[in-house]
Design a protein around this ligand. Structure first.
Ligand SMILES: Cc1cc2nc3c(=O)[nH]c(=O)nc-3n(C[C@H](O)[C@H](O)[C@H](O)COP(=O)(O)OP(=O)(O)OC[C@H]3O[C@@H](n4cnc5c(N)ncnc54)[C@H](O)[C@@H]3O)c2cc1C
Length: 421
């Protein structure tokens, strides 16, 4: 039997391709895991930040060096199209204050259910626990078929399936337990498709002498991180062993072991202003130093909230060599200066970056030069299409990666099934 379409990979991109087909087909979705959308279910901590609000024009800057190359993909099926798609299927969405878009239910499972259901309605049958380990084209001539027709055969541990159109949506190598373990890349290379060097991206950063083991789970709404003179202001998370959260993750692609990492936990005011204001605040003040610091660093306006937790300030006092329980008036200028320095200019050396096991995405993959970006079709392999993270595209946190998975999935599906789409 020859299928109209086979999609390899039941992740965000493959499912969206199947869910947005322009018409029903006789097709398959092949997935190596025993269930679909494992990574999608983890996305946004299980709440699924499925795109970003605002103008699509602003998206381009959020995909590193390759952003401008995927402009047409994002424009063809943009963030408003994604929102329309899910809302028209009965899943209301909302923009959070930071412009990240989520389902109102805050359940990634609801997103997954819609995609799987839509794929089924579009005639796609799911085959799970099916690892694709070889691809071939025009394996054997087919009776009654124009010999110039290009067909693909997908081999899965002894079984094989043939289709007129094939979409590869197998993701990258990050969080391999979800199924995206890079197993497709040697398969593609064997077929003759070039794959760029693969590396983890959006990773936590480990530093020498990390001082916040005891503060694991504490986060800052808006901290400023600097790596190699590149700055990023966003949420920062302290974990047991390293720095994480969007402020660090989004810059991690620019850092290497040995580079300096500078954190400013209170970027609302300059170091000098803080020094002057705090010096005034402690004069003759009989409150504990810790209380004065806490009151000072938690007076941000509604527009610029600042929350520096007391436990963090306690550790900072200890690092500066002073007990936070002393009377504020007893603080020496030297101690005050070093406390402020640790809050606005906490400098480390990067020891290592997180690996694939903790990377939210993969940088590298199928080279964009291999595909026609207007259709997602392989330039030298007619009827073979790509979508999602399998391609050499990685975005910032904030919904950009799922947006690309959806935009490229949509484009691949439509180009595959509509001539001159
Ligand atoms: C913890 C975490 C949270 C995230 N949160 C967000 C978020 O909130 N917003 C956002 O935009 N992005 C988020 N991302 C990134 C986003 O989830 C991915 O970019 C997106 O899922 C990629 O979709 P994909 O379909 O290309 O790949 P995947 O979702 O990885 O799907 C690929 C599928 O292909 C299957 N597969 C792989 N190889 C084979 C093979 N050889 N044969 C058969 N099947 C195969 C895999 O099992 C998998 O199911 C997050 C990532 C992580 C790890």
């Amino acid at each position: 039997m020859i299928y109209d379409l086979i999609i390899v990979g039941a992740g965000a991109a493959g499912l969206f391709a199947g869910a947005s087909l322009p018409y029903p087909v006789n097709g398959l979705i092949l997935e190596k895991k025993s269930a679909p959308g494992r990574k999608l279910l983890m996305s946004g901590a299980g709440q699924c930040n499925l795109t970003h609000g605002g103008s699509i024009k602003d998206f381009i800057n959020h995909y590193g060096k390759n952003g401008s190359r995927i402009r047409s993909v994002l424009y063809r099926f943009n963030n408003l199209s994604v929102i329309d798609f899910f809302e028209s299927k009965g899943l209301p969405l909302f923009n959070r204050d930071d412009d990240k878009v989520f389902p109102k239910s805050l359940k990634a499972q609801d997103v997954l259910n819609i995609l799987v259901e839509s794929c089924r309605k579009n005639g796609l049958q799911f085959l799970y626990s099916t690892l694709v380990d070889r691809l071939s084209r025009n394996e054997s001539p087919v009776k009654d078929l124009d010999p110039s027709t290009v067909l693909y055969t997908v081999h899965c541990n002894g079984r094989s399936y043939t289709a007129r159109k094939l979409i590869i949506a197998t993701g990258g190598c990050s969080y391999p337990t979800t199924g995206s373990d890079g197993s497709i890349f040697p398969v593609l290379e064997e077929l003759g498709i070039s794959v760029g060097p693969l590396a983890p991206a959006l990773v936590p950063v480990y530093v020498a002498q990390y001082p916040y083991q005891e503060l694991s789970g504490i986060s800052f709404q808006s901290a400023e991180v600097t790596i190699k003179s590149l700055k990023n202001k966003d949420a920062l998370l302290l974990t047991h062993t390293c720095f994480s959260g969007p402020a660090v993750l989004n810059l991690s692609r620019y850092g290497q072991p040995g580079d300096p990492l500078v954190l400013n936990f209170y970027p609302l005011k300059s170091e000098e202003t803080i020094r002057q204001e705090l010096s005034q605040a402690i004069i003759g003040n009989s409150k504990q130093l810790l209380t004065v610091l806490y009151e000072y660093f938690n007076q941000g306006s509604k527009e610029s909230p600042s929350e520096i937790p007391k436990r963090f300030l306690e550790v900072t006092c200890m690092r500066a060599g002073i007990d936070g329980a002393v009377k504020a008036s007893k603080t020496t200028p030297v101690h005050l200066k070093s406390i402020i320095r640790l809050i606005v200019h906490d400098e480390y050396q990067i020891q290592k970056l997180g690996g694939f096991e903790s990377a939210m995405v993969t940088t590298g993959g199928v080279a964009l030069s291999e595909i026609c970006i207007k259709t997602m079709e392989a330039i030298n392999y007619p009827n073979l299409f790509f979508a999602g993270e399998v391609l050499d595209i990685d975005g910032d946190t904030g919904g950009y990666n799922l947006q690309f998975a959806f935009s490229s999935g949509y484009l691949a599906a439509h180009s595959a099934l509509i001539e001159n789409f």
